[in-house]
Write a protein that binds this ligand. Structure first.
Ligand code: SF4
Length: 323
Protein backbone atom coordinates (compact mmCIF):
# COMPACT_ATOMS: atom_id res chain seq x y z
CA UNK A 1 0.00 0.00 0.00
CA UNK A 2 1.64 3.31 -1.01
CA UNK A 3 0.51 5.24 2.09
CA UNK A 4 2.30 2.80 4.41
CA UNK A 5 5.59 3.72 2.77
CA UNK A 6 5.16 7.23 4.15
CA UNK A 7 6.05 7.90 7.73
CA UNK A 8 3.94 11.03 8.08
CA UNK A 9 0.65 12.16 6.57
CA UNK A 10 0.82 15.77 5.42
CA UNK A 11 -2.13 15.69 3.01
CA UNK A 12 -5.69 15.34 4.14
CA UNK A 13 -7.22 13.12 1.49
CA UNK A 14 -4.77 10.20 1.87
CA UNK A 15 -5.23 10.39 5.64
CA UNK A 16 -9.03 10.43 5.47
CA UNK A 17 -8.97 7.61 2.92
CA UNK A 18 -6.70 5.65 5.24
CA UNK A 19 -9.13 6.31 8.10
CA UNK A 20 -12.03 5.25 5.87
CA UNK A 21 -13.92 8.46 6.52
CA UNK A 22 -17.45 8.81 5.18
CA UNK A 23 -18.42 11.85 3.08
CA UNK A 24 -20.51 13.13 5.97
CA UNK A 25 -17.61 12.97 8.44
CA UNK A 26 -15.18 14.52 5.95
CA UNK A 27 -17.37 17.58 6.00
CA UNK A 28 -16.26 18.31 9.60
CA UNK A 29 -12.62 18.61 8.57
CA UNK A 30 -10.93 21.86 7.53
CA UNK A 31 -8.89 21.40 4.38
CA UNK A 32 -6.89 24.67 4.46
CA UNK A 33 -5.63 25.22 7.98
CA UNK A 34 -2.90 27.80 8.59
CA UNK A 35 -1.09 25.29 10.80
CA UNK A 36 -0.59 22.45 8.32
CA UNK A 37 -1.59 18.86 8.83
CA UNK A 38 1.14 16.59 10.12
CA UNK A 39 0.22 13.15 11.43
CA UNK A 40 2.91 10.49 11.96
CA UNK A 41 2.02 7.02 10.77
CA UNK A 42 2.28 5.53 14.29
CA UNK A 43 -0.54 7.81 15.45
CA UNK A 44 -2.64 7.36 12.31
CA UNK A 45 -2.47 3.61 12.86
CA UNK A 46 -3.88 4.10 16.34
CA UNK A 47 -6.82 6.26 15.17
CA UNK A 48 -10.26 4.69 14.99
CA UNK A 49 -11.70 4.25 11.52
CA UNK A 50 -14.38 6.72 10.46
CA UNK A 51 -14.63 8.21 13.95
CA UNK A 52 -14.36 12.02 14.18
CA UNK A 53 -14.57 11.70 17.98
CA UNK A 54 -11.48 9.50 18.26
CA UNK A 55 -9.17 11.20 20.83
CA UNK A 56 -6.17 10.90 18.55
CA UNK A 57 -8.00 12.15 15.46
CA UNK A 58 -9.21 15.22 17.38
CA UNK A 59 -5.71 16.11 18.54
CA UNK A 60 -4.09 16.08 15.13
CA UNK A 61 -6.65 16.64 12.38
CA UNK A 62 -7.92 20.20 11.76
CA UNK A 63 -11.67 20.68 12.14
CA UNK A 64 -13.71 23.54 10.77
CA UNK A 65 -14.22 24.57 14.41
CA UNK A 66 -10.67 25.99 14.29
CA UNK A 67 -11.92 28.85 12.12
CA UNK A 68 -14.01 30.32 14.94
CA UNK A 69 -12.50 33.56 16.23
CA UNK A 70 -12.85 34.05 19.99
CA UNK A 71 -11.73 37.30 21.61
CA UNK A 72 -10.40 35.40 24.65
CA UNK A 73 -7.89 33.61 22.46
CA UNK A 74 -4.77 35.13 20.93
CA UNK A 75 -2.00 34.26 18.51
CA UNK A 76 0.63 34.31 21.27
CA UNK A 77 -1.08 33.39 24.57
CA UNK A 78 2.01 32.77 26.72
CA UNK A 79 3.83 35.93 25.57
CA UNK A 80 7.14 34.18 25.00
CA UNK A 81 8.72 37.17 23.15
CA UNK A 82 8.90 39.27 26.33
CA UNK A 83 11.21 36.70 27.92
CA UNK A 84 13.70 36.54 25.06
CA UNK A 85 17.39 36.94 25.80
CA UNK A 86 18.14 35.91 22.23
CA UNK A 87 15.70 34.66 19.58
CA UNK A 88 16.30 31.13 20.88
CA UNK A 89 16.85 31.65 24.60
CA UNK A 90 14.12 32.59 27.06
CA UNK A 91 14.50 33.39 30.72
CA UNK A 92 11.17 32.95 32.44
CA UNK A 93 11.97 31.35 35.76
CA UNK A 94 14.64 31.72 38.42
CA UNK A 95 17.57 29.36 37.93
CA UNK A 96 16.29 27.97 34.63
CA UNK A 97 16.47 28.93 30.99
CA UNK A 98 14.42 27.71 28.07
CA UNK A 99 16.28 26.93 24.86
CA UNK A 100 14.08 26.78 21.76
CA UNK A 101 16.15 24.21 19.94
CA UNK A 102 14.15 24.16 16.71
CA UNK A 103 10.83 25.22 15.29
CA UNK A 104 10.20 21.77 13.82
CA UNK A 105 7.96 19.09 15.27
CA UNK A 106 7.25 15.50 14.33
CA UNK A 107 3.52 16.25 14.47
CA UNK A 108 1.20 19.22 14.56
CA UNK A 109 -1.09 19.24 17.58
CA UNK A 110 -4.13 21.38 16.93
CA UNK A 111 -4.01 23.04 20.38
CA UNK A 112 -0.31 24.01 20.13
CA UNK A 113 0.32 27.44 21.71
CA UNK A 114 3.42 27.95 19.57
CA UNK A 115 1.71 27.33 16.25
CA UNK A 116 1.87 31.03 15.27
CA UNK A 117 5.21 31.79 16.80
CA UNK A 118 8.02 32.15 14.30
CA UNK A 119 11.19 31.87 16.34
CA UNK A 120 13.38 30.17 13.74
CA UNK A 121 16.19 32.49 12.81
CA UNK A 122 18.83 32.44 10.13
CA UNK A 123 21.41 32.02 12.88
CA UNK A 124 22.78 28.48 12.78
CA UNK A 125 23.92 26.82 15.96
CA UNK A 126 23.67 28.11 19.50
CA UNK A 127 26.87 30.12 20.01
CA UNK A 128 25.10 33.18 21.45
CA UNK A 129 22.92 31.10 23.74
CA UNK A 130 25.82 28.99 25.02
CA UNK A 131 27.88 32.14 25.65
CA UNK A 132 25.05 33.65 27.74
CA UNK A 133 24.54 30.45 29.70
CA UNK A 134 28.27 30.23 30.39
CA UNK A 135 28.28 33.75 31.77
CA UNK A 136 25.31 33.28 34.10
CA UNK A 137 26.13 30.93 36.93
CA UNK A 138 22.71 31.37 38.55
CA UNK A 139 21.24 29.10 35.89
CA UNK A 140 21.40 25.48 36.95
CA UNK A 141 18.91 23.96 34.53
CA UNK A 142 18.43 24.27 30.78
CA UNK A 143 15.07 23.23 29.37
CA UNK A 144 15.24 22.12 25.75
CA UNK A 145 12.00 22.87 23.99
CA UNK A 146 10.89 24.05 20.54
CA UNK A 147 9.07 22.85 18.48
CA UNK A 148 10.56 19.64 19.70
CA UNK A 149 14.25 19.33 20.57
CA UNK A 150 14.31 15.79 19.18
CA UNK A 151 13.50 17.26 15.76
CA UNK A 152 17.03 18.65 15.59
CA UNK A 153 19.39 16.72 13.34
CA UNK A 154 21.06 14.08 15.47
CA UNK A 155 24.55 15.57 15.06
CA UNK A 156 23.30 19.07 15.92
CA UNK A 157 21.55 17.79 19.03
CA UNK A 158 24.66 15.93 20.13
CA UNK A 159 26.76 19.03 19.59
CA UNK A 160 24.29 21.12 21.60
CA UNK A 161 24.12 18.75 24.59
CA UNK A 162 27.93 18.45 24.44
CA UNK A 163 28.23 22.24 24.74
CA UNK A 164 25.76 22.29 27.63
CA UNK A 165 27.64 19.45 29.29
CA UNK A 166 30.77 21.60 29.29
CA UNK A 167 29.12 24.39 31.32
CA UNK A 168 30.17 23.60 34.85
CA UNK A 169 27.40 25.34 36.81
CA UNK A 170 24.64 23.61 34.86
CA UNK A 171 23.29 20.63 36.76
CA UNK A 172 20.23 19.55 34.81
CA UNK A 173 19.41 19.22 31.12
CA UNK A 174 15.68 18.80 30.67
CA UNK A 175 13.99 17.75 27.42
CA UNK A 176 10.36 18.61 26.80
CA UNK A 177 9.30 16.33 23.99
CA UNK A 178 6.31 14.80 22.27
CA UNK A 179 8.29 13.25 19.41
CA UNK A 180 8.62 9.94 21.19
CA UNK A 181 4.91 9.26 20.71
CA UNK A 182 5.40 9.89 16.98
CA UNK A 183 8.40 7.63 16.73
CA UNK A 184 9.71 5.70 19.76
CA UNK A 185 12.83 4.85 17.74
CA UNK A 186 13.79 8.47 17.14
CA UNK A 187 16.62 8.51 19.72
CA UNK A 188 19.99 7.55 18.29
CA UNK A 189 22.45 5.34 20.17
CA UNK A 190 24.91 8.26 20.40
CA UNK A 191 22.41 10.16 22.54
CA UNK A 192 21.94 7.19 24.88
CA UNK A 193 25.74 6.98 25.09
CA UNK A 194 25.87 10.67 26.03
CA UNK A 195 23.26 10.15 28.76
CA UNK A 196 25.34 7.29 30.15
CA UNK A 197 28.58 9.25 30.34
CA UNK A 198 27.45 12.76 31.36
CA UNK A 199 27.51 13.86 34.98
CA UNK A 200 24.55 16.18 34.41
CA UNK A 201 21.12 14.99 35.47
CA UNK A 202 18.97 14.32 32.44
CA UNK A 203 15.21 14.73 32.67
CA UNK A 204 12.67 13.90 29.97
CA UNK A 205 9.21 15.44 30.32
CA UNK A 206 7.22 13.44 27.82
CA UNK A 207 4.05 15.08 26.52
CA UNK A 208 1.22 12.52 26.46
CA UNK A 209 -2.48 13.34 26.58
CA UNK A 210 -4.26 10.02 26.19
CA UNK A 211 -3.47 6.38 27.06
CA UNK A 212 -3.86 5.44 23.39
CA UNK A 213 -0.63 7.33 22.65
CA UNK A 214 1.33 4.81 24.73
CA UNK A 215 2.29 1.24 23.77
CA UNK A 216 4.87 -1.50 23.94
CA UNK A 217 7.24 0.31 21.56
CA UNK A 218 7.25 3.35 23.82
CA UNK A 219 7.73 1.23 26.94
CA UNK A 220 10.90 -0.21 25.39
CA UNK A 221 12.18 3.29 24.63
CA UNK A 222 11.46 4.47 28.19
CA UNK A 223 13.20 1.41 29.65
CA UNK A 224 16.28 2.20 27.60
CA UNK A 225 16.25 5.80 28.84
CA UNK A 226 15.86 4.66 32.43
CA UNK A 227 18.82 2.34 32.07
CA UNK A 228 20.84 5.43 31.20
CA UNK A 229 19.72 7.12 34.43
CA UNK A 230 17.22 9.48 32.76
CA UNK A 231 14.35 10.73 34.96
CA UNK A 232 11.01 10.35 33.18
CA UNK A 233 8.09 12.67 33.90
CA UNK A 234 4.95 13.43 31.92
CA UNK A 235 2.95 16.49 30.98
CA UNK A 236 -0.62 16.38 29.66
CA UNK A 237 -2.86 19.16 28.43
CA UNK A 238 -6.45 18.98 29.63
CA UNK A 239 -8.49 18.83 26.43
CA UNK A 240 -12.23 18.73 25.93
CA UNK A 241 -13.45 15.56 24.27
CA UNK A 242 -10.03 13.94 24.64
CA UNK A 243 -9.09 13.47 28.28
CA UNK A 244 -11.66 15.44 30.29
CA UNK A 245 -13.03 12.36 32.05
CA UNK A 246 -11.77 11.02 35.37
CA UNK A 247 -11.60 7.43 34.09
CA UNK A 248 -9.39 8.45 31.14
CA UNK A 249 -7.04 10.57 33.24
CA UNK A 250 -6.80 7.91 35.91
CA UNK A 251 -5.99 5.30 33.30
CA UNK A 252 -3.42 7.67 31.76
CA UNK A 253 -1.65 8.13 35.11
CA UNK A 254 -1.61 4.39 35.78
CA UNK A 255 -0.42 3.55 32.26
CA UNK A 256 2.30 6.17 32.42
CA UNK A 257 3.57 4.75 35.68
CA UNK A 258 3.39 1.28 34.19
CA UNK A 259 5.63 2.63 31.40
CA UNK A 260 8.08 3.96 34.00
CA UNK A 261 6.94 7.60 33.80
CA UNK A 262 5.77 9.68 36.76
CA UNK A 263 2.78 12.00 36.08
CA UNK A 264 4.03 15.55 36.57
CA UNK A 265 1.74 18.22 35.11
CA UNK A 266 -1.86 18.38 33.99
CA UNK A 267 -1.83 21.66 32.10
CA UNK A 268 -4.72 24.01 31.51
CA UNK A 269 -5.06 24.85 27.81
CA UNK A 270 -3.04 27.85 26.64
CA UNK A 271 -5.65 29.97 24.90
CA UNK A 272 -4.32 30.11 21.38
CA UNK A 273 -6.57 31.25 18.54
CA UNK A 274 -8.31 28.27 16.93
CA UNK A 275 -8.22 26.03 20.01
CA UNK A 276 -11.34 27.26 21.83
CA UNK A 277 -13.17 23.99 21.22
CA UNK A 278 -10.58 22.21 23.41
CA UNK A 279 -11.17 24.41 26.45
CA UNK A 280 -12.14 22.78 29.76
CA UNK A 281 -13.40 24.96 32.61
CA UNK A 282 -11.11 25.15 35.66
CA UNK A 283 -14.01 24.00 37.81
CA UNK A 284 -14.17 20.79 35.78
CA UNK A 285 -10.39 20.38 35.96
CA UNK A 286 -10.41 20.74 39.74
CA UNK A 287 -13.19 18.22 39.99
CA UNK A 288 -11.25 15.77 37.82
CA UNK A 289 -8.12 16.15 39.95
CA UNK A 290 -10.19 15.53 43.07
CA UNK A 291 -11.56 12.33 41.56
CA UNK A 292 -8.07 11.12 40.62
CA UNK A 293 -6.76 12.01 44.07
CA UNK A 294 -9.47 9.97 45.74
CA UNK A 295 -8.60 6.84 43.82
CA UNK A 296 -4.84 6.93 43.16
CA UNK A 297 -1.80 7.29 45.44
CA UNK A 298 -0.54 10.85 45.78
CA UNK A 299 2.58 10.18 43.69
CA UNK A 300 0.39 9.42 40.67
CA UNK A 301 -1.66 12.63 40.87
CA UNK A 302 -0.27 15.28 38.48
CA UNK A 303 -0.07 18.95 39.49
CA UNK A 304 -2.88 20.90 37.84
CA UNK A 305 -1.26 24.09 36.52
CA UNK A 306 -1.55 26.92 34.06
CA UNK A 307 0.86 29.31 32.42
CA UNK A 308 0.27 32.94 33.36
CA UNK A 309 2.71 35.29 31.61
CA UNK A 310 5.16 37.10 33.95
CA UNK A 311 4.60 34.66 36.84
CA UNK A 312 7.82 33.22 38.25
CA UNK A 313 6.65 29.62 37.84
CA UNK A 314 3.77 27.62 36.47
CA UNK A 315 0.73 28.60 38.50
CA UNK A 316 -0.91 25.74 40.41
CA UNK A 317 -4.69 25.67 40.22
CA UNK A 318 -5.89 24.79 43.70
CA UNK A 319 -9.25 26.48 43.83
CA UNK A 320 -11.51 28.74 41.84
CA UNK A 321 -10.84 31.60 44.27
CA UNK A 322 -7.30 32.04 42.97
CA UNK A 323 -8.52 32.82 39.45
S1 SF4 B 1 4.59 18.60 19.78
FE1 SF4 B 1 4.37 20.35 21.16
S2 SF4 B 1 5.36 22.06 20.09
FE2 SF4 B 1 4.97 20.44 18.58
S3 SF4 B 1 2.99 20.92 17.67
FE3 SF4 B 1 2.60 19.53 19.38
S4 SF4 B 1 2.19 20.87 21.10
FE4 SF4 B 1 3.21 22.12 19.55
Amino acid sequence: MPFLEKKTFTRLTPLLDFLEFSEQNRDLVWDRPKFPLMVPLRLALKMEKNNPHCPLFLQFVPLKKERLVDENYSLEPVKDPIFRLTPKLLKKYEGRSLLLATKACAMHCRYCFRQNFSYETSQKGFQNEIALLQKNDTIHEVILSGGDPLSLQSKDLLELVGQLDAIEHLRIIRFHTRSLIADPLILKQELFDFFLQTRKKIVFVVHVNHPKELGEDLRVCFQKLKKCGVTLLSQSVLLKGINDEAAILKNLCLELFDHGVLPYYLHQLDQVQGAAHFYVERKTGLNLIEQIRSSLPGYLVPKYVEEIPKKTSKTPIFSLHAI
